[in-house]
Design a protein. Structure first.
Length: 447
């Protein structure tokens, strides 16, 4: 059984209710605009918010800050090769930097990119390159009552229908996101991965795996896909990734760091293009906008992420929170995914129409009630798409303890008890790019 002891402690305090109400109003009812000091338990994201290990901190002292060809890069490159199977790797400052480098090289005006489900920045990068983002989740991804083990899978039937409609020549990229963040963090089977790889080869498309949570996905494969019941998590991860032509990776997830990411490719020509784009947008291809010490921390974190005991503890925390929230009266999406608990705000707040963002209403009330920051991933975040009105509570890695989850559950129960009093919200200001509006838009309660 994995456990942790604290070597450094940070004090947090719950602001008063009046302070929380004023902060939410000042933030335009958008929790992205809250100061972290005004948040008690922060479940906004698991991206870069976790706690690094003593081994990672120790590795940072060995950081080689040479501009080109550092020893830190060599150690990082070796780790990516051994853990994930990609020798051609370009570091970047974080996952969206990887998306910019890769999709900017692969997608042109009018191209269609098919994904099991695009996340927000992925969708935005496809749109920014002039492409059209197409989601093909399996039908079970929308069914809260289904106990299907791999709700994150890619719907090949839907993808083939789309290719028949637009032509294979207009689909240069097929993406598989593991785990499927926008579909409640649900895992993807290796059987499905193999089929998607074959489909991409059939239509002559580059097969990209969004590998941000590749280790968590491998844990679920070991647990749920009988072929791999006796495999190590590390071996499962390499097996799943070996079918990809390229990967994009946020080191802020399953490399267990607070910053960083990378692109991995197999094709030499694409590698050269990716390096040039990295020079333009990120930095020289052996540091990619990162300090050498950050590369060393990622190298250690990648190896820690595929340890079974680490993953068992990490996913166990997510499941514990899900149980507590369900007992508090919230409709939790099941089976529970890897990095977060997803709540169906549409079911909890049927009096609020989708156009008035029931998910955002729940997010605001969780903060107002108990200083808990979650995030809406429904019609507010994913404008123009057809998806459930999810609220995500993402669990930072190796950071919170049981008393924090108890507080979240008590907050959720108090909100659920007066759910009928909650009202919706309307947007009063938003950026020009709808794919990114939830990061900075301002709202107000509907009168």
């Amino acid at each position: 059984m994995r456990s942790y002891v604290s070597k450094v402690a940070t004090t947090i305090e719950l602001p008063s209710r009046d302070t929380r109400k004023a902060a939410l109003d000042d933030a335009g009812y958008n929790v992205f605009n809250l100061d972290a000091a005004d948040v008690f338990v922060d479940l906004l994201t698991d991206s870069g918010t976790g706690t690094m290990s003593d081994a990672q901190w120790g590795a940072m002292f060995e950081g080689d800050e040479a501009y080109a060809g550092s020893e830190s890069f060599a150690r990082f490159q070796t780790a990516v090769s051994e853990v994930m199977g990609f020798e051609k790797v370009v570091p970047v400052h974080q996952g969206r930097g990887a998306e910019n480098v890769l999709y900017g090289a692969l997608v042109e005006e009018g191209d269609h990119v098919i994904n099991n489900t695009h996340f927000d920045t992925t969708r935005a990068h496809v749109a920014n390159a002039g492409g059209v983002a197409v989601d093909c989740p399996v039908p079970e991804a929308r069914d809260l009552d289904s106990d299907a083990p791999f709700k994150g899978n890619f719907d090949l039937g839907a993808a083939r229908s789309h290719v028949d409609e637009v032509g294979a020549e207009n689909v240069p990229v097929v993406v598989l996101t593991i785990t499927n963040n926008s579909a409640a963090g649900q895992p993807v089977s290796i059987e499905n991965t193999r089929a998607v790889a074959a489909f991409a080869e059939e239509i002559d498309a580059t097969f990209v795996v969004d590998a941000c949570r590749f280790a968590e996905n491998a844990y679920f494969v070991r647990e749920r896909e009988s072929e791999f019941a006796d495999w190590s998590v590390a071996d499962i991860a390499r097996e799943q990734l070996r079918y990809a032509d390229a990967i994009v990776m946020s080191g802020k997830k399953d490399a267990l760091t607070n910053i960083g990411g990378f692109v991995g490719v197999r094709d030499q020509d694409l590698f050269e293009v990716a390096k040039q784009r990295a020079i333009l947008y990120e930095g020289f291809p052996t540091y990619g906008g990162l300090a050498g010490r950050d590369l060393d921390a990622m190298a250690v974190g990648l190896r820690e992420a595929v340890e079974y005991d680490y993953l068992d503890h990490r996913i166990g925390q997510v499941r514990e929170l899900a149980t507590k929230l369900s007992e508090a009266g919230l409709p939790v999406f099941e089976p529970v995914g890897g990095h977060a608990v997803y709540v169906d705000a549409g079911e909890l707040l049927p009096q609020i129409p989708d156009a008035e963002f029931p998910g955002q209403a729940l997010v605001c009330e969780l903060y107002r009630e108990g200083g808990v920051r979650a995030v809406e991933l429904g019609s507010f975040a994913f404008h123009g798409t057809d998806r459930p009105e999810f609220v995500r509570m993402a669990v930072p890695r190796r950071t919170y303890h049981r008393e924090h989850f108890d507080h979240v559950a008590e907050t959720a129960a108090a909100v659920a008890d007066r759910r009928e009093e909650l009202r919706g919200y309307e947007i009063v200001g938003e950026p020009a790019m709808p794919e990114l509006r939830h990061f900075s838009a301002a709202l107000r309660p509907v009168e």
